[in-house]
Design a protein. Structure first.
Lengths: 422, 112
């Protein structure tokens, strides 16, 4: 028959620290010898603890599972279930993780101590221990128990917080994915853009959302507007600013504002409307207008690394000039240049993120090496040349992911004489 | 990025080591703010040990020039490396922030 008994604390003796522990601590004494048990119960009760008792390991386990004591003081030798077996059972029970186990023994042989520890005991108490030693070991066990419980509580809070954080991250991730899909949907379709013009591009934002955007739009039946923009910085803020500029660059908006898609005027207006932010954020922008029947390309740049023209007859050349990015100088003017594209010419609009990639020793790949890849790609398709550029950049930096947004948009004029929109 | 500060009678020199990029913007901004708090009238950014400046770094340079101009102070660049110089040139930075090859020139010309 189970014999457990909750004793009222005597709340006396043993000093302040013991009383402080005793105000909350419950100790379960598991001992088969009635005289020893009664003596120990009396001693612990006098120290102010709430004391439960059990006469063997099996009963002790039942009481422990019901009462969750802070400390179990367990005799080694007992009928039905001995001390070490009780220690093992307590250690296996997740609800008793914080309960500390003090194994009582009449001997203190190293082999026995090792066995007790390996089977789950936290400490040992000799049956012949002095009152001071008993107090010291009980206090140590209760202190550990309290710390373990605090850790458990903290762990539970952390687990709940982590769960909330994960849910929040998943929602944010889903929002960002949706935003990235939207931005990607705004990029031009690849393939035959117009009779006689093929378009291909590759774009890898450094984060889920990028600050580089590009576009090709019909101004009228004979003219195309082209642009590539680069927002300084990365991530969501840069992407939002880029979408704002992309909206500004829509043909209907520009025609309404300034009456034409003259690149210099477009940049002037954009410079007025997109000043340098208080955090130093700004755009670089390259804008072109291509007259399809003649191949005439009028273009201007606001600090953008610009465009590269690749011709069958001559080495490629950059189509840019030194100029302020948008917002650096409110009064800046942006001069236009003009050239004529010929059949088989390729025009690449690109962000600096594609060639500003460092090698393992910090050396930047650079415009010249990029240009060499473009020139070497004359014999391959437009899309293959763009893919080669990305491969070469990745190879240089020995990483798949770019540290800045990387984009290349390529247009190729085919041999067809007639260039009109499909 | 490491920034070492040298105060001279003709101005303050910030010896910058590392890349001036989006990732390092906080360190750079703190150094500039410190120079402004010290009422520096002639700030020289020594770029000899700066290998790379990204778009965010350029923006910070322009902000620095604008904010110092508002308090009648000047900023100049010292000995930028070739690649950095190209990036600066593309964005027309030298018309806004003078570039010098010798520390003495930056100190004397700008202090004049």
């Amino acid at each position: 028959m189970m014999k457990s008994n909750v004793m009222k604390s005597a709340r006396q003796a043993a000093g302040l620290s013991v009383q402080s522990e005793a105000s909350v601590a419950t100790i379960l004494l598991v001992e088969d010898e009635p005289v020893t048990r009664a003596s120990m119960v009396a001693r612990l009760t006098r120290l102010g603890y709430r004391v439960l008792e059990a006469e063997n390991g099996r009963v002790g386990l039942d009481v422990a599972r019901r009462e969750h004591p802070d400390l179990l003081i367990v005799d080694w030798m007992m009928p039905e279930m001995d001390g070490p077996t009780l220690c093992e059972a307590v250690r296996r029970d997740p609800l008793l993780k914080s309960s500390q186990l003090l194994l009582m023994t009449g001997q203190d042989q190293p082999a026995q101590i090792a066995e007790g520890l390996s089977r789950g005991a936290d400490d040992f108490l000799s049956k012949s221990a002095s009152k001071q030693e008993i107090i010291a070991r009980v206090l140590a066990g209760l202190r550990t128990s309290r710390l373990v419980r605090e850790l458990e509580t903290t762990g539970n809070h952390l687990e709940s917080s982590l769960l909330l954080l994960k849910r929040s991250q998943e929602e944010t991730e889903a929002d960002l994915q949706a935003a990235a899909s939207f931005i990607r949907s705004q990029l031009p379709s690849q393939g035959s853009l117009a009779h006689g013009i093929v378009l291909s591009w590759e774009y890898q934002p450094s984060l889920l959302l990028g600050g580089d955007l590009f576009g090709v739009m019909a101004i009228d039946e004979d003219n195309l507007a082209l642009y590539i923009l680069d927002a300084s910085g990365h991530g969501v803020a840069a992407a939002l600013r880029s979408v704002s500029l992309m909206t500004f660059l829509r043909v209907d908006n520009i025609l309404q504002l300034i009456g034409s898609y003259d690149p210099g005027k477009v940049l002037f207006e954009a410079n007025r409307r997109f000043p340098l932010s208080a955090d130093g954020e700004y755009f670089t922008l390259w804008v072109g207008q291509l007259h399809l029947p003649t191949g005439s390309l009028l273009y201007a740049s606001a600090g953008h690394a610009g465009a590269l023209l690749s011709s069958a007859q001559s080495p490629s050349r950059w189509l840019t000039r030194s100029s302020f990015p948008l917002g650096f100088d409110p009064s800046a003017q942006f001069a236009c240049d003009r050239l004529f594209l010929k059949p088989a010419d390729r025009l690449f609009l690109l962000s600096d993120g594609i060639y500003e990639v460092p090698s393992s020793n910090g050396e930047v790949w650079g415009r010249v090496r990029f240009q060499e890849v473009i020139d070497a790609g004359r014999q391959t398709s437009l899309s293959a040349t763009i893919a080669s550029s990305f491969s070469a950049a990745r190879c240089w930096q020995q990483a798949q992911q770019f540290s800045d947004d990387a984009a290349i948009m390529g247009l190729e004029l085919t041999e067809s004489r007639e260039r009109t929109f499909i | 990025m490491k920034i070492n500060e040298r105060s001279l009678p003709q101005g303050m020199i910030l010896d910058i080591q590392g890349d001036l990029t989006y990732a390092n913007r906080t360190v750079f901004k703190a150094a500039i703010e410190k120079a402004k708090q010290a009422c520096c009238k002639n700030l020289i950014l020594n770029f000899e040990q700066v290998r790379f400046v990204d778009s965010a770094g350029l923006g910070l340079l322009v902000l620095t020039a604008q904010s110092l101009k508002r308090v009648q102070s000047k900023v100049s660049l010292l000995k930028p490396q070739i690649y950095v110089r190209e990036v600066m040139s593309l964005a027309n930075i030298p018309t806004m922030i003078p570039i010098y090859e010798r520390e003495e020139d930056a100190l004397t010309v700008r202090a004049a």
